[in-house]
Design a protein around this ligand. Structure first.
Ligand code: SF4
Length: 254
């Protein structure tokens, strides 16, 4: 079942996504790193019961999609929910998925949940040429699918490795490591620089995987002032996250 409407020209209510078919909408919750509280669970259950929502779906991005909402019920559902709404079709950072890391996993080598929360706070709302998905894994087992996300972070004993240009879609691509041995601040700075470079140079709708294929990872590394091939961090990854700007138009690719 697609959550995106194909054949209805009516604009969706703000924060909702028009679905395929008649007056039917989806709301995708914003749950950074997939963490959800008892209050948020109760608000979801309340909305599902009160508005007889036919499908509540856990998404691959560690969010909850409420599907099949009647148009007149959208404002009521939104007022019930004690969490924000996530992006599902607009360009920009869609979600940060993170594994439990050192908070709860015996294999964890870095605190993936904390880094995931900082990534979400810094970069959600940033307008980018296409959708950007982020995966954070607390160890090289990569339960956060870091190598097949636009931005990936992998925790090792030596620190964080930053990966860029992965994709798990119909044209899958394993992302390239940009640098390793980073502390959390250095990793966030490098992610900011990579996103800034991508925003300034990619074509509209061009996902990071296609961007790296077109430019070559050596060109990307050179633009970011990184070692070739990547090694442990040096002082060249400092910098501020890119400023948020007005939205760029155009739909996204799968
Ligand atoms: S990636 Fe590593 S730390 Fe994270 S859940 Fe998997 S095994 Fe645990």
């Amino acid at each position: 079942m697609s959550i995106i409407r194909k054949d209805n020209a009516q604009p969706a209510p703000k924060g909702a996504i028009a679905q395929r078919g008649a007056d039917s909408y989806a709301i995708v919750t914003r749950l950074p790193s997939g963490i959800i509280s008892a209050d948020q669970l109760e608000s979801l259950a309340q909305a599902i019961r009160k508005y007889d929502i036919p499908i509540a779906k856990l998404t691959s991005g560690q969010r909850v999609a409420l599907l099949g909402i009647k148009g007149e019920d959208v404002p009521g559902v939104q007022s019930c929910l004690s969490m924000g709404e996530g992006r599902a079709v607009k360009h920009g950072m869609h979600y940060v998925q993170a594994c439990p890391g050192t908070a709860a996993c015996g294999y964890g080598q870095q605190d993936s949940l904390s880094l995931g929360a900082r990534l979400e706070a810094l970069f959600s709302g940033l307008d980018l040429p296409a959708k950007v998905k982020v995966g954070v894994s607390g160890c090289p087992m990569c339960c956060g699918e870091s190598y097949v996300r636009d931005i990936g972070l992998v925790g090792r004993k030596s620190g964080w490795t930053v990966v860029f240009g992965g994709n798990a879609g119909g044209r899958p691509r394993v992302g390239d490591e940009l640098a390793g041995g980073l502390d959390a601040d250095q990793a966030l700075h490098l992610v900011g620089k990579a996103l800034e470079h991508y925003r300034a140079n990619a074509k509209p709708c061009q996902r990071t995987a296609r961007f790296v294929e077109a430019r070559g990872i050596e060109s990307v590394r050179a633009a970011l002032g990184l070692e070739q091939p990547p090694g442990n961090v040096s002082g060249n990854v400092s910098g501020k996250p890119p400023a948020k700007t007005a939205a760029k138009p155009a739909p996204s690719e799968g």
